[in-house]
Design a protein around this ligand. Structure first.
Ligand SMILES: [Zn+2]
Length: 395
């Protein structure tokens, strides 16, 4: 009797799996598959980057998703959402995004695996509800493109085959590796640190960082002298749990990693610190760039009171000539005096090593091709400015 029950249960479970939860084309599920289902439409949160949102059925082809952050406010208003849907023949599907905290910010990115486009939304007067109409078929909708751990892994694979060494600095609270690449010679006297994805929704910054590092890998391969002089530590995905879980801001520990520098209470920031403690006596840190996204393209740099002639020359040498010179990529330079103990990587690297430490911010909706093209130019300028600083340092 027991055995018969078991067999029936297994058969039902298998049947249920194959009909209600088809295999996702994206990365493995983070949370248990859940969502909404009517006879005509199914909504899923079963891929990496999709937060498990409350889904409310309003009608056969109309749903409301509650877009909520991973912890209580205050939290930076980066209201991330991501889901996929299957809609059978009939009228288009309406989805309302209701924001528990903050207002609508990101234009929905729609992808069916072969076509990507941006969807229009109808916004409520208070900005708390964005309504979108989805065509029939199977597709994914997300606040920004889903650049998941596999996307980052592919970039790291490419850099590795371009000569970078890949290493695991530590593990996140979920046990994901915090990976890093080192470039250039291990005996180089100068160290450059590049950080990315502290804040999960900041995808345009990740696009820039990928192109920036691509260019650096190319240049180091072309110019062995450059690789002899500089060592690079590249940490492209500092918050793997937040990215996988579709967080707005924090890591799994509910902490904004870019307020944890100096405190190092979280495994991700502590892992970078450990590496620096071991390696920064051999190679002196020389510059740090941390890639992020905001509403426009800009660089946060040190305030004038905090910089000496060497840092001023570096700033001018790197960014001065590129202002207004990049097609489709206007940007500003924002000088900000360090707020001591603020916990940002920018302030910590500057305070600790007395080096130029900048935040490279890309606009949320800046054209991605222009972002990549600009990042390559920024990489060239950055390498040139580093060499200038190295030369003046030696004199
Ligand atoms: Zn950020």
């Amino acid at each position: 009797m027991k055995m018969r029950h078991l067999i029936i249960w297994v058969a039902l479970a298998t049947g249920a799996c194959s009909t209600s939860v088809p295999p996702s084309v994206h990365s493995g599920p983070v949370a248990a598959a859940s969502g909404c289902a009517t006879p005509a439409v199914r909504i899923y949160f079963d891929f990496e980057g999709a937060p498990l949102s409350r889904c409310v059925i309003n009608g056969e082809r109309e749903f409301t998703l509650l877009v909520a952050p991973e912890h209580a406010p205050p939290i930076n208003p980066s209201p991330w959402y991501a889901f996929r849907y299957e809609a059978g023949q009939g009228a288009p599907v309406t989805v309302h995004l209701d924001y528990l905290v903050g207002d609508h910010r990101y234009a929905p990115k729609w992808s069916d695996g072969s076509t990507d486009r941006q969807l229009e939304v109808e916004l409520s007067q208070d900005g708390k509800r964005a309504s979108l109409v989805l065509p029939v078929g199977n597709a994914r909708v997300s606040a920004q493109e889903v650049l998941d751990t596999r996307w980052h892994g592919r970039a790291m694979d490419r850099w590795q085959s371009g000569g970078a060494k890949r290493t695991v600095l530590g593990r996140s609270l979920d046990g994901r590796p915090v990976e890093a690449l080192t470039l250039g010679s291990e005996s180089a006297g100068r160290l450059v640190v590049l950080l990315g994805r502290q804040h999960p929704p900041e995808v345009s910054g990740a696009v820039a960082m990928e192109a920036f590092v691509n260019r650096i890998v190319e240049r180091l391969a072309e110019d062995p002298g450059l690789a002899e002089r500089h060592r690079f530590l590249v940490v492209p995905l500092l918050n793997p749990d937040g990215v996988a879980r579709g967080h707005w801001r924090a890591n799994r520990g509910g902490r904004d990693l870019n307020r944890d520098w100096g405190i190092f209470s979280q495994p991700e920031t502590a892992a970078v610190k450990r590496w620096l403690d071991i390696n920064s006596s051999r190679a002196a840190p020389m510059a740090m760039v941390d890639f992020h996204s905001t509403r426009s393209n800009l660089f946060y740099v040190q305030g004038e009171e905090e910089t000496g002639p060497l840092e001023e020359a570096f700033l001018k040498g790197w960014l001065g000539d590129l202002e207004g010179a990049l097609e489709g990529y206007d940007f500003t330079i924002e000088r900000r005096n360090a707020n001591p103990g603020s916990g940002t990587s920018k302030n910590w690297f500057h305070e600790t090593y007395d080096i130029p430490a900048y935040t490279y911010e890309v606009g949320d909706e800046t054209d991605r091709a222009a972002t990549r093209a600009a990042a390559r130019r920024f990489a060239d300028g950055f390498l040139a400015a580093l060499d200038t600083m190295a030369t003046s340092d030696a004199n």
